[in-house]
Design a protein around this ligand. Structure first.
Ligand code: ADP
Length: 866
């Protein structure tokens, strides 16, 4: 093999240390990739793969595949590679190629990984991007996450037999993009499968040496200070171990001190409601089950925040419902104050609208990747703070009163305002962004630069006078720079000091020493001023970095005010009430509604329902009723209201009293585990057993059609046994909403204490079925399966055949015929239709309808009646 060039040796040396990443190797204005990296990247990024030389006889180096991208467009390419799960190591020239002797020094400046991207192109505004650290051993488990775009860091630890289970729940809560884990965590099947298959999280296994307690504690202390480090639990090393390994990984990939990562939140079991991934998904807290979109989720209803940081905070509130009555009422109290003060609330929302993403801007400033426009955006954001503070000052007590104490950062706004002009150019290398009057040297150089034309004009005048050549002109072109042009008729009068450069058809061009000196001054002023401006900008950025903790604290206060305003605005718009939250263990809702269903169809009538569940009486509700009656909507609405109350929100009801619930469990419908090769029934039973094992008397259970996946008798027996277990205070005694098709189970009402039957009322008219959506005490008389099937459009022949078979079956078993003759007292179809028409009319906002919409509405109403 031929000898490698020094540059290629340098490349291979750097690549050797970054085997698992695609190496972006800076060469002039390009990042080049070589070898396997080039093959992968060219495929993923649709780049042309080339070799330096295709000749077979050439050396290895010349045959090596390569591809490249222009450095200024790298962000988008990096984003695409990260989205596909790659890591990208960025290798820069660390000295100026113009002054370097021989080979330019190069080094890795940063490794971008899915959990450590900070570029805005890769990040979703209202969502944190977490990198997690997981530590698991025989006795304990540690979990930590950090979002380096904002510096937010959380850590917790667990002990005992359920420690891995808790890790699963925390992973579901934060849904990190990447996790660094120790061997035992990697070997834990459910953990790995949750991360890789469900959360699509990039998993990085670190060797045991990265989880050493002393080293970990030292890293944590250095990053967050002694006080924060001392808050970590003494008896459980897992917290420090997971956090230490995470920080180590962040330092290693980011190559900076991560100064903005300075606020550590240590939380403990019992501080937040724990929800497993199944419950989070089933309740559609932040995205819908099927399409994974925000629209249609609870977050979509509640999120009217005006800043990205407020959006992220609200999402984190939803992911971490509170358990302390005091903490909850602090929030709901503030929401209540904002509900009552409409003017202030609306003005606040307006003031918050322009603030933007202070948190991530600060992150970029600390990183040194912020440009002039970023810093000016930060200034514009901060300029709104005094007004926000003033508005908040209307509240002198409660949480809002505390938020009113926020630091308005006026000195920093002023500093940026004095240093930078209002509309800086995109690049900080090209100058023209330092404000006039800020630095005398910048001003002097600029006057040469901009005064250049004036200087040239006066030289032209002087030369004309000196030589007496009337037509003498000074011009400029790229080849010669400045020149003096004299027309042919005056050629003879040209002095000796003129040096001829170019002959034209009707004249000659000259230069002089004097002109060249002036040119040098003018041209170098441009370079000098750019360099000076860049230096001043870097100094400003450094100075701002020194205030990062202050800016972050203010950003957090703004985010919180934004969340509270959002909850208040939603409460007013949707007519919610403030729930009384206590430790009574009672759930009592008067005229409750489903927040999402009612918001998705604003012009349809949502029928409100009451709920009562006590600690001993009415602990378990068995809910029967045909498919489509509204059972699952009803059960979810109860769970969602509990959840909303525990994040401090108002709830969709006339009135509500909600006893704190420690966990919500759901067992609803098919699960996405089916793709993992388990049968529906297996999945159902695994979920049920998990619930029964981990629920407590303070939990709320939503169980939809347990036992459906097997034969009737098996299924019914399992359903009954599960119900008995839930209802029995000696076993579980948890509040349970249990929807079932097994009408036989309604017999439990009299025999098991705490169990009560409910059904969702329907009426029949002939063979038609009408859903009334009202929950009423008592069991349903029958399933109406055939009527619902008919409604779904099953062919008439099949429907009537099914009726026949049903009748036969019932005759054989000696039960009464199922389809009773239509009763006179039942609400008629026409009456229901009329009711709906009147309701639609009442809700119609005639003023805002276009003529076409009005016609459409009329048409629909008429169709309903006929
Ligand atoms: P089930 O679980 O009994 O099969 P669902 O809860 O899925 O029924 O509800 C069926 C449909 O009825 C849903 O489309 C839902 O939007 C609507 N619905 C349910 N409850 C109500 C209600 N209280 N008011 C208005 N519409 C409702």
């Amino acid at each position: 093999m031929a000898e490698l060039t020094p540059m290629m040796k340098q490349y291979l040396q750097i690549k050797e240390q970054n085997q698992d990443a695609i190496l972006f190797f800076r060469l002039g204005d390009f990042y080049e990739m070589f070898g396997d990296d080039a093959r992968k990247a060219s495929k993923e990024l649709d780049l042309t793969l080339t070799t330096r030389d295709k000749d077979k006889n050439k050396s290895f180096e010349e045959k090596i595949p390569m591809c490249g991208i222009p450095y200024h467009a790298s962000d988008a390419y990096i984003a695409r590679l990260i989205a596909k799960g790659y890591k990208v190591a960025i290798c820069e020239q660390t000295e100026d190629p113009a002054t370097a002797k021989g080979l330019v020094d190069r080094d890795i400046i940063r490794v971008v990984t899915p959990g450590t991207v900070i570029d805005a192109a890769c990040l979703e505004e209202g969502r944190s991007n977490f990198c997690a650290g997981l530590y698991l051993d025989d006795t304990c488990a540690g979990f930590s996450v950090c979002d380096i775009s904002t510096g937010k860091t959380h850590v917790t630890a667990f002990q005992g037999p359920d420690r891995a289970e808790h890790l699963l729940n925390e992973l579901g809560r934060f849904s990190p993009a990447e996790a660094v884990v120790n061997q035992a965590a990697y070997d834990c099947g459910p953990l790995l499968s949750l991360m890789q298959d469900k959360l699509h999280c990039h998993v990085e296994r670190l060797p045991a040496g990265r989880f050493q307690l002393q080293e970990a504690e030292r890293t944590v202390r250095t990053q967050f200070g002694d006080e924060a480090a001392a808050r970590l639990p003494k008896g459980n090393p897992a917290a420090a171990l997971s956090l230490g390994a995470l920080l180590g990984y962040l330092h290693e990939t980011q190559k900076t001190d991560l100064r903005h990562v300075d606020d550590l939140d240590y939380y403990q079991q019992g501080q937040f409601m724990e929800l497993d991934l199944t419950a989070r998904r089933n309740l559609e807290l932040t995205e819908t089950l099927r399409s994974k979109e925000k629209k249609g989720s609870l977050l979509w209803v509640l999120d009217k925040t005006k800043t990205p940081m407020g959006g992220r905070m609200l999402r984190s509130w939803l992911e971490r419902p509170l358990l302390s009555v005091t903490a909850i009422t602090r929030r709901s109290g503030a929401v209540g104050q904002l509900v009552d003060h409409t003017m202030t609330r609306e003005e606040l929302a307006l003031a918050l609208s322009g603030i933007g993403d202070m948190e991530r801007l600060v992150g970029r400033i600390v990183y040194g990747t912020a440009g002039g426009r970023d810093v000016v955006s930060l200034k514009n954001a901060m300029a709104r703070l005094p007004h926000v503070k003033e508005l908040l000052s209307a509240f002198d007590r409660g949480r809002l009163g505390e938020l009113a104490q926020l630091d308005p950062l006026e000195d920093l706004t002023d500093l940026i305002g004095r240093t930078l002009c209002d509309d800086p150019p995109f690049s900080v290398r090209e100058g023209e962004f330092i404000r006039e009057g800020f630095d005398p040297e910048v001003d002097r150089l600029r006057s040469i630069l901009h005064g250049g034309k004036g200087v040239i004009a006066s030289m032209e005048a002087a030369e004309k006078e000196k030589t007496g050549i009337r037509t003498l002109k000074i011009g400029y072109n790229k080849v010669f720079g400045y020149y003096i042009e004299v027309s042919n008729s005056f050629k003879d009068q040209v002095p000796d000091t003129y040096i001829r450069k170019q002959t034209l058809v009707n004249g000659e061009r000259y230069i002089t020493q004097e002109l060249k000196d002036l040119e040098h001054d003018i041209l170098s002023a441009s370079d000098r001023v750019s360099a000076l401006e860049y230096e001043l900008f870097t100094r400003l950025r450094q100075e701002l970095s020194g205030h990062v903790a202050r800016i972050q604290a203010t950003a957090a206060a703004v985010a919180e005010a934004d969340c509270l305003c959002s909850l208040a605005a939603v409460a007013v718009k949707n007519n919610y009430c403030c729930p009384a939250v206590d430790e009574s263990g009672v759930i009592e809702i008067h005229q409750g509604r489903h927040p999402v269903v009612e918001a998705m169809r604003p012009d349809a009538l949502f029928v409100p329902n009451d709920t009562y569940m006590g600690r001993s009486e009415d602990r378990v509700s068995i809910i029967t009723g045909p498919n489509m009656a509204g059972k699952s909507t009803y059960m979810r609405q109860v769970a969602l209201m509990v959840l909303m109350a525990q994040i401090g929100s108002f709830v969709p009801a006339k009135a509500a009293r909600l006893g704190i619930v420690d966990r919500i469990f759901t067992r609803i419908g098919a699960s996405d585990d089916l793709s993992a090769g388990q049968s529906t029934f297996m999945v159902e039973m695994t979920e049920v057993s998990d619930i029964l094992r981990t629920a407590t008397a303070d939990s709320l259970l939503i169980l939809d059609e347990i036992g459906r996946g097997t034969s009737t008798f098996d299924g019914m027996s399992i359903a009954r046994a599960v119900l008995e277990y839930c209802a029995d205070p000696k076993r579980l005694g948890a509040k349970t909403l249990f929807a079932t098709h097994y009408h036989e189970l309604t017999a439990m009402e009299g025999t098991l204490p705490g169990v009560k039957n409910y059904n969702i009322a329907v009426r029949t008219r002939g063979e038609e079925i009408v859903f009334l959506r009202k929950i009423v005490p008592g069991g349903a008389d029958r399933s109406y399966g055939i009527e619902v099937a008919k409604l779904a459009g099953l062919p008439e022949a099949v429907v009537s055949r099914a009726r026949k078979i049903l009748r036969q079956l019932e005759e054989e078993s000696g039960h009464p015929a199922a389809a009773p003759a239509p009763r006179e007292d039942q609400v008629s179809f026409a009456a229901v239709a009329e009711g709906e028409v009147i309701d639609r009319l009442r809700r119609a906002q005639v003023d805002s309808l276009t003529p076409l919409e009005a016609l459409q509405l009329l048409y629909e109403l008429k169709k309903k009646l006929t």
